[in-house]
Design a protein around this ligand. Sequence first.
Ligand code: GDP
Ligand code: IMO
Ligand code: MG
Length: 415
Amino acid sequence: MGGIAIIGLQWGDEGKGKITDYFANFVDCVVRYQGGNNAGHTVVVNGKKYKFHLMPSGVLQRKKVVIAHGVVVNPEVLLNEIEMLEGNGFKVDLMLSDRAHVIMPYHILLDGAEEKFRGKKIGTTKRGIGPCYADKIARHGIRVCELIDESLLKEKIETIMPVKERILSAYGMKMDKEFFGRYVEYGKKLKKYVGNTISFLNSIIDEKKVLFEGAQGTLLDIDYGTYPYTTSSNPTIGGIFTGAGVSPKKIEKVIGVAKAYTTRVGEGPMPTEEKGKIGNYLAEKGGEYGTTTGRKRRCGWIDLVALKYACKINGVDEIALTKLDVLDGLEEVKICIAYEYEGKSLQEFPSSIKVLENCKPIYESLPGWNGSAGKKRYEDLPLNAKKYIEFIEDKLNTPVKIISTGAGREETILL
Ligand code: GDP
Ligand code: IMO
Ligand code: MG
C-alpha cells in the first residue's frame, strides 16, 4: 500500500492541516515526522475549528496517529491536545516515539534570549524549537525514553544542567529546579502512548496506507530554505526518512500544498510581498493571522520561481492549491514567473539571502474572477479561476489535483 507525503511548498501555513484531514479519511495512519509546536494546523469540521500544534491532523478522522522521532515534543502541549480531543469526544489512538527529543524549559528560555540578543531577529515562534534541535545535534538532548524513566531523567538533567546553567547565566538568567518534578509527571502521563514507532511504521507500511503530514514548508527548511530565516528541521521529503525511519521506496505519492498566493510569518526575504492595499486585502480576507503566535502574516502574489524549486526538491506528483476563494473579487491576479536581479532575469531560486532580498518579481497578469468560494466541483469554478490554475500547472509542469475553496472539510475539489 505505502506512504503518501503531504508537504508545504512555501513558508508554512499553506493549509496542510486541512489537506491532511481531508486525505486522512482514505488512510489508516497519519504521522508527524519533524518540527514541533511551532506548527499550527487548523482543521474546520462542521463549522468547529480545531488547532493542532503536535497532534497529527488525522486524529479528527479517528485514525491511528504517530509522532515520530524527528519531532521535538513539548510534553505539556501534547498532553493539553490529548485532553482537548478527549473533551470533544475523540479517542486518541496515539503512538509517540521513544526516540523523539523533548523540549525542556531552558530551550524555551534560550530561544527567547537568542532572539533578544541576536543582531537581527529571525522572528521564531519562541517555542524552544531551535535550541532543542541544536541540543540533539550537540548530544545534549533528552529523549522520550528518558522522560518516562524517572532515574534516567534525573541522571540526564544532572549531566546537562551544569552546561545549561553557565549558558543561562551568561544571558543573565537562572532556572529553578522545580521543572524536574513537572517533567516526571509528564512522563508518567505520556508513558502509555510511548513505543518504537520505527518498528511500528515498518510493520504496517506494506499493508496499510500511511500519510506523512509535514509541518512548516520547503522555504523554511534548514537546508533548502531562506537560511538563516528558517526553522531548524527538514520539512521537505527527506525529513520523512530521517524523521520517521521509513525507506524512500515506500513513498508512493508526494502531494505538495501551496496557497493560491504567498504568505510568510517572521523575518526574511519574500520577493512577492505586497505591503500595501493588496497585501492587506489578502491578510484580512484570508484571515492571515498565525495559528501559533497570532502574528499577522505577510502576504503577496503567488511565486512560481519558489514553487518550481519546491516541486523539484520534493519530487511533487500533484499540487493541492488552497485558499483559491481568497482571490475572489480581485480585478486582476498576478503570478510571479521569474525574478529580475541586477538587470537580468533569474529563473532559479537563489541560495544567497542577499541576492533574494534584491530580486524583483517579474509578473504576468491574469483577469480575476468571482464566485469560487465553497465550490465542490471543478466544472462549477469560474472560467478565469480555471485559467489561473491551468497557468500554474503549465508553468510548474505539475498537475493541480486538489483545490481548496474554503476552510471547511467539504469545501474541497478532488480531480
Ligand atoms: P497549515 O499550517 O499549513 O496547516 O495552515 P494553517 O492552518 O496555519 O493556516 C491555514 C488557514 O487557512 C487556516 O485557518 C485554515 O482553516 C484556512 N484554510 C485552509 N484552506 C482554506 C481555503 O481553501 N480557503 C480559506 N478561506 N481558508 C482556508
Ligand atoms: P506550520 O506547520 C509558518 C517560522 C517562524 C520563524 C521561523 C523560525 O503551521 O506551517 P521556529 O520557531 O521554527 O524556530 O521559527 O519559522 N515558522 C512557521 N511559519 N508556519 C509554521 O508552521 C511555522 N513554524 C515556524 O515564524 O519565521
Ligand atoms: Mg500553520
